[in-house]
Write a protein that binds this ligand. Structure first.
Ligand code: BV8
Ligand code: ZN
Length: 295
């Protein structure tokens, strides 16, 4: 496996069909904690356990506070040079499509053409009704989505803990201070309600663990991959490639002839099955590397 930019650039220029699997590391430089690294109050919660229908059923207020925090952070963040470079590639390369696991909306704000961006796991800025008889769903960028979900100001910044520790002489004190900061309790009655049926609770329009990806998205990705012609290249950018079926697209692309170019801050995070001599690994920050290798 190589990190040789010349051989990569030569291959990119001769590539007709290109995929990119995007993960939370793409948005890290925009200040968004990676999926497993949610900062602030969420450091004590395991994101995976909150991103499930069961968690929402058990404690919709806690799950909504988690998503309201992430909506707030994503709205404060800006697309970085990697989002912009990928959007440019999508505009000029007819055979390129991005498969994003990210729900932060930053690729869309980088004006990545919608027909070249498949949102595998939905978006923080979609909401839908949970009532069985109601099909209401809509985009919603209101922050906070309801007054009860306003984030305690000092907690909207994931560096809060670091900031506290930095200023306090005694880290023990700071740890106690952290432990005492708690999420305000929110009543279910104050959570977002469906404006159509006026009954159902709204939920974030994301794909939770245990939920299937939208069939429209699955079909679009399958028809791109299983088109007759080969796939020349798949980028794997800022993802631990540990969530399926998203991570499985790397192998599907390989089976169609694709060479793999991984961009990841952690040298150890290779896609399952590892890399061959035909592949590339560019170690570092996606926001630096992606614009460089695409120019
Ligand atoms: C489904 C939305 C079936 C919500 C998300 C065993 C085998 C195969 C599958 C399973 C299995 N056990 C369980 C499953 C199914 C499960 C799954 O895959 N579980 C995993 C944990 C094994 N999958 C599902 O449930 C999926 N559905 O299978 O349905 C089905 C069929 C029919 C009917 C019913 C069901 C649904 C999965 C979708 C879950 N939703 N997101 C939300 O965001 O809140 S997934 C969520 O986690 C993200 O969207 C993302 O996909 C994933 C996190 O991954 P990453 O993006 O990679 O982020 P992570 O933090 O892990 O890594 C960051 C990377 O960036 C690191 O490598 C780091 O080194 C790097 N990095 C950091 N900084 C930088 C950087 N790189 C570059 N530059 C930097 N600056
Ligand atoms: Zn409804």
């Amino acid at each position: 496996m190589s990190s040789d930019i010349e051989s990569f650039t030569a291959h990119l220029q001769s590539s007709k069909r290109i995929l990119a699997l995007l993960g939370a590391g793409l948005s890290a430089s925009s200040g968004l904690p990676t999926f497993r690294g949610a900062g602030g109050l969420w450091r004590t919660h395991d994101a995976i356990s909150l991103a499930t229908p069961e968690a929402f059923g058990r404690d919709p207020a806690l799950v909504w506070q988690f998503y309201s925090y992430r909506r707030h952070m994503a709205l404060k963040a800006k697309p970085n040079r990697a989002h912009l470079a990928l959007a440019e590639l999508a505009k000029k390369h007819p055979g390129f499509i991005a498969l994003s696991q990210n729900v932060d909306g930053l690729s869309q704000r980088a004006r990545h053409p919608a027909d070249k961006l498949q949102l595998l796991h939905g978006s923080l800025f979609n909401v839908k009704c949970t009532s069985f008889y109601c099909s209401y769903h809509a985009e919603n960028f209101t922050d906070p989505i309801v007054p009860a979900l306003r984030i305690p100001l000092d907690e909207s910044d994931p560096t809060t803990k670091e900031a506290r520790h930095a200023v306090s002489q005694n880290h023990k004190e700071a740890d106690i201070a952290d432990a005492q900061v708690h999420l305000p309790s929110v009543q279910v009655a104050d959570l977002p309600k469906c404006p159509e049926c006026h009954e159902g609770l709204l939920r974030p329009g994301v794909v939770w663990f245990g939920e299937s990806l939208p069939s429209k998205v699955l079909n679009a990705v399958d028809s791109f991959i299983n088109d007759s012609t080969k796939i020349d290249l798949i980028f794997v950018i800022g993802t631990s490639a540990s969530v399926y079926p998203a991570a499985g697209y790397v192998d599907e692309a390989r089976a169609k002839g694709a060479r793999v170019a991984v961009i990841n801050a952690d040298r150890a995070d290779e896609p399952a099955g590892g890399l061959t001599d035909n592949d590339w690994f560019f170690e570092g920050d996606a926001a630096q590397i992606v614009p460089d290798i695409l120019k």
